[in-house]
Design a protein around this ligand. Structure first.
Ligand SMILES: C[S@@+](CC[C@H](N)C(=O)[O-])C[C@H]1O[C@@H](n2cnc3c(N)ncnc32)[C@H](O)[C@@H]1O
Length: 242
């Protein structure tokens, strides 16, 4: 099944609307479930991305699909001038806004409602753009990545963090079991939206990973593209520049 036809609710609504509704529904449990389901590993993955950006010293950073703002908060360690988080789910960003205020980072990080595919910051606005676990949810992946390319400054850096799938047979077996049974079960127990966690499993399986995702980046114009797998291939960081 093609990845962009996978939707949370299989309803008549466009994927974008279903995804926004799903994240609004799970927003109050998102941070908790993220930590339970990934056993906290996801924090280290975002740190790795931010370490890659250290040498570039980006001043203006866009965090696409910012959700509850964890990636934006991690990017604050780079001492940039401004971080902008955009997302299609106001519910997720409300939790992000609270978090950022508590951390006294509200002078640095701001949130705006915006879709990666259509948001219209001027061309060449950002030194770095990061997307954490967001691209898989785009309605049109190429359109989203091309719009991000447009908003990057020349030599600007895109970093995408996304689930991937391992190649080692033993790890793969454990991974499949975890994604097929444990995640939907925990989702059912802790979240009022059971379909959200079933969608996570389906969307990860159908999404182009590793060299397949790099090929999509290349098609969208990115240069010096590469990927690095994390934690036995469970996730990957994709890099590309303009
Ligand atoms: C799994 S959460 C990731 C949140 C955060 N980046 C993190 O690392 O925890 C995915 C987020 O992507 C957002 N999203 C999905 N499609 C989007 C789009 N086309 N444009 C902007 N945000 C989008 C969802 O609303 C959701 O908040």
């Amino acid at each position: 099944m093609k990845h962009d036809t996978i939707t949370p609710y299989n309803s008549q609504q466009e994927k974008k609307e279903q995804v926004a509704q799903m994240f609004d529904n799970i927003a109050n449990r998102y941070d908790l479930l993220n930590s339970i389901l990934s056993l906290g590993i996801h924090k280290g993955w975002r740190k790795k991305c931010v370490n890659i950006l250290k040498t570039k010293q980006p001043k203006f950073i866009l965090d696409v699909a910012t959700g509850t703002g964890d990636f934006a908060v991690e990017c604050a360690k780079l001492n940039p001038e401004k971080i902008t988080g955009i997302d299609i789910s106001a519910g997720m960003m409300n939790f992000g806004k609270e978090k950022v205020k508590k951390l006294n980072l509200d002078h640095l990080i701001s949130f705006e409602l915006g879709n990666a595919e259509t948001v219209n910051f001027p061309d060449s606005s950002f030194d770095a753009i990061v997307v954490g676990f967001g691209v898989r949810n785009f309605q049109n992946l190429e359109k989203g990545l091309s719009n991000l390319y447009r908003m990057l400054k020349p030599n600007g850096q895109l970093l995408v963090l996304e689930f991937s799938y391992p190649t080692n047979v033993f790890i793969k077996a454990g991974y499949n079991f975890y994604f097929s049974y444990i995640i939907p079960l925990v989702g059912k127990l802790f979240s009022k939206d059971t379909r959200a966690y079933a969608y996570l499993t389906k969307s990860v399986k159908a999404f182009p990973n590793n060299e397949h995702f790099v090929a999509v980046m290349n098609n969208c114009g990115y240069k010096q593209t590469s990927y690095k797998t994390l934690s036995f291939g469970i996730a990957a960081i994709y890099a590309g520049s303009k």
